[in-house]
Design a protein around this ligand. Sequence first.
Ligand code: B12
Ligand code: SF4
Ligand code: SF4
Length: 340
Amino acid sequence: MGVTTADVFDRTRADLVERKGLGLDGGMQFTYRNPERSTDPGRILPGARALVVGAWSYRHEEPSSGEVRFLPTRPTGHVARYARQDHYASLRGALAVIAEALGGHGFRARVVCDDNGLVDRAAAHRAGLGFFGKNSLLLIPGFGSWSVLGSVVTDAPLRPTAPAVPSAHGRGCGSCSRCLTACPTGALVAPGVLDARRCLAWLVQAPGSFPEPYRQALGDRIYGCDECQQVCPINRVADRRVPPPPPSPDSRSRVDLIEILESSDGELMAAHGRWYIAGRDPRYLRRNALVALGNVGDGTDPATVRTLRRWLSVDDGMIVEHARWAARRLGRDDLVGTDG
Ligand code: B12
Ligand code: SF4
Ligand code: SF4
């Protein structure tokens, strides 16, 4: 935890406007929708004087490959670490305790965490929780980047904590640039600058067709992308220093792709509705599953062929197009027919 003032985040505002102007937002809304608002804590709570910023670690051991609940022949999709459990709910709960305590002292307080109201990383950075890595994530000294962030905005006159790294940007990475080269789509176009049009973490959430040039790069991912954190030596050193706890039993790092493709809308939303899915439209989960299936499936497997046949014949152009791509990628042009 750290504390900072409720001053406007000028630099972040300028970055948002500039990146939007360059098209790097890739049509995302979130904090980009209204930079004036998302960089001014006073818009969340008029009269705000301070932010109490919290980081909640989701650092856990990777489950061993023996996730026995899947048959070895079933193709599976990878879920990014932050999305395996509702870590935002845990952080919000913790911040709510602080907000309540401030309320008990007669102050007003509001919790913001991963909504469109505030750029959480800017708040965490200024509160001294860590520094920006070249992958644009906030790295916490000794813990690395596997954390989610949120704030309590309050009118209590709290004293700010000291910065973690006195003069900010880039320090801490030194000459390392592994995340820039490891990104499967080259989405980190400069240190600390992400082009959402190429970032797999955005493309799995974005509406519409999954851009063809990045489909192979998606690999087996179904939601989120961890590559630029996975390769980070600061995360590795943190893991060696304090080994991460085992994953909780209800956290799922993999999902069965055929099961996703055989589920009804209701079943999909019940299982994965916590994820950000454009328009809360389960078709986009099927779209992602088809691309992943095309990348890691087996064109001779009867269950895979059955599911491809099903989605090749629906009355939904977007889904049919992804099913065609998957069938071709699995060497099953014969399923596609001559007009595809
Ligand atoms: C939009 C968004 C996305 C977008 C765009 C991400 C981005 N880099 O902008 C997409 C969908 C791609 C995305 C992906 C992910 N996200 Co996201 N996302 C957000 C959201 C909603 C807003 C972020 C934002 O406003 N970005 C705008 C730009 C201007 O800010 P920035 O990227 O932080 O840029 C700073 C740096 O570039 C730095 N900077 C500027 N110049 C330079 C130069 C150098 C050399 C350096 C080093 C830095 C630097 O200053 C900028 C700020 O002024 C926040 C939640 C929130 N409300 O804040 C979560 C958030 C950033 N996401 C989060 C997470 C966990 C992820 C993923 C890891 C999820 C996943 N596994 O798939 C990936 C990581 C991808 C990545 N490399 O960033 C966490 C990050 C936690 C952390 N420790 O940093 C947040 C804070 C959510 C939360 N509340 O915890 N996300
Ligand atoms: S989340 Fe994945 S695609 Fe996006 S910048 Fe990081 S490595 Fe690249
Ligand atoms: S991989 Fe290297 S450059 Fe990227 S955030 Fe980690 S230390 Fe910084």
